[in-house]
Design a protein around this ligand. Structure first.
Ligand code: FAD
Length: 448
């Protein structure tokens, strides 16, 4: 517990009181959500630094609590990140989107604030927090900028988790302190010919005297401009099909490694997405992640968890879009002599949209808590990502309409949330792939 507070102390210290924020920021009705969470805070809920559900706990003996109950640490974290995002990220969002560049100062500060090390244990220089804390952080960042959120998401839920779960002690000692303090990570699975069918990947690895040699290419790799650490999936034994897939650690300075092309995108434009090529990249034996031929299992496991992060990115985005528009219709814009948010036709839409956001959040945090409790969460994660991305698309689209012409121009942020929302239905498994996962589980359950 003390460790979490220590890692959060810099966040708390650097936050200006609400009264010193800009009038526009102050006007956002953001406290209400967090206050309502606080109001139903359960004192019996374990704190974030502790495992949510130790292995020896008989869960049937526990009194169920609402999914929206958060620990004090999680609430404090949400509030701190919310304020940090408004103060540090919000002023740069438009410029980063226009220039399609992540501001390095933001990444630097994310490391300083512990936002790149949620689950890294303190002994490796991390924040030593739980999975739900990472989800809370990803959601809060997306409320202000989904690009910053996905940088944090990929680094924490895919890359760091991969090292924590599958890395040797030597890899952990070498890399976790760097991933916690100054080294951004990337997760490289997709290729030009393998997207949804990820295990059809063509990148090959061969054994050498000192380790392995890798040839091939990856496409759509998030964080590749900022990253120095890459988890790369390559096939070491193509005859064995997907059972030859193996995970390796590569760094940008390796001979033959190149970031070949940066994509120009519809949304999350400040997040870098690149093609990466490997031309006879030699890597030492020590850079094998886990065991040979287990890469497909690692990728599936990591993406199942990662999907909860993307779902949180989408609920954060939806909330940010909704709040931005709500402020406008209830405080700024009058037509026919009254605020446009006073019209019942508008109010019903706002209420419907907010209800959908809360339903999506319930799915997201239920999936996160189930993962933490060691329960099967795969279907829950798929449902959370599917539904949260649908809600983000619907709400951010409506938010543009609620703001009329002001929603459509690049002066504000409504159109950006709308553009950013589309990616939720594509990466870490498209919506069709989530539906297939859900349907498979249902079919299994209901087939006699
Ligand atoms: C901005 C961005 C960032 C990304 N970041 C990363 C990253 O960091 N690392 C990484 O490895 N990858 C990353 N990806 C890749 C991403 O995971 C893939 O784009 C995604 O899995 C879909 O693959 P695809 O684009 O090849 O589409 P395809 O697989 O070609 O799919 C196209 C359409 O066909 C449908 N379809 C395909 N198969 C089926 C099926 N069996 N049943 C029904 N419908 C189907 C899909 O649902 C989709 O609608 C990123 C992608 C983008 C756009």
């Amino acid at each position: 517990m003390a460790s979490i507070c220590r890692s959060l102390r810099p966040l708390a210290k650097n936050i200006r009181p609400l009264s010193t924020l800009s009038p526009a920021t102050r006007a956002l009705p953001r406290r209400s959500l967090l206050s309502s969470q606080k109001a139903c805070l359960s004192t019996s809920r374990p704190r974030s630094a502790e495992p949510y559900m130790p292995d020896d706990v008989d869960t049937s003996a526990l009194t169920p609590t609402p999914i929206t109950h958060f620990s004090e640490t999680e609430i404090m974290l949400a509030e701190s990140i919310q304020k940090w995002s408004e103060e540090v990220v919000a002023p740069k969002v438009r410029e980063m989107d226009e220039s399609e560049q992540m501001d390095p100062a933001i990444v630097e500060q994310m490391f300083e604030q512990g936002l790149m090390a949620f689950e890294i244990p303190e002994e490796y220089g991390g924040s030593g927090m739980n999975f739900t804390s990472a989800i809370v952080g990803i959601e809060e960042l997306a409320r202000v900028d989904p690009s910053v959120s996905v940088l944090c998401d990929v680094h924490n839920t895919l890359v760091v988790t991969a090292i924590l779960k599958y890395g040797s002690e030597a890899l952990k000692k070498e890399w976790l302190p760097k991933l916690a303090t100054n080294t951004v990570g990337s997760f490289c699975l997709s290729e030009p010919a393998s997207g949804s069918d990820a295990f059809a990947l063509k990148t090959k690895a061969v054994r050498t005297e000192n380790g392995y040699k890798i040839n091939g290419s990856k496409m759509w790799i998030t964080n590749s401009m900022e990253a120095d650490f890459f988890i790369v999936f390559a096939n070491l034994n193509p005859e064995a099909g997907y059972k030859g897939i193996t995970a390796f650690i590569l760094t940008k300075d390796m001979k033959g490694f190149a970031v070949a092309k940066k994509e120009k995108k519809l949304g999350i434009r400040a997040s870098s997405t690149c093609v990466i090529t490997f031309d006879d990249v030699e890597i030492p034996k020590a850079n094998l992640l886990g065991k040979e031929g287990q890469g497909y299992k690692y990728a599936i496991g990591l993406l199942n968890e990662g999907r909860i992060g993307i779902a949180a990115q989408m609920t954060g985005l939806a909330l940010g879009a909704w709040e931005n528009a709500a402020k406008y219709v209830w405080n700024d814009r009058k037509q026919f002599g009254q605020y446009i948010g006073e019209f019942q036709g508008m109010q019903h839409q706002l209420a419907q949209a907010y209800t959908e956001i809360c339903a999506a959040r319930a799915l997201v945090f239920n999936a996160a808590r189930k993962k933490e409790a060691g329960e099967d969460f795969v279907t829950d994660a798929a449902m959370a990502k599917l539904y949260a991305s649908q809600v983000a698309g619907r709400v951010s689209s409506l938010a543009v309409e609620w703001m009329g012409g002001m929603g459509f121009v690049r002066e504000g942020i409504a159109e950006k949330f709308f553009r950013d929302s589309k990616i939720g239905a594509i990466y870490e498994g498209t919506s069709n792939i989530q539906l297939t996962t859900i349907a498979k589980a249902l079919q299994k359950k209901y087939t006699s």
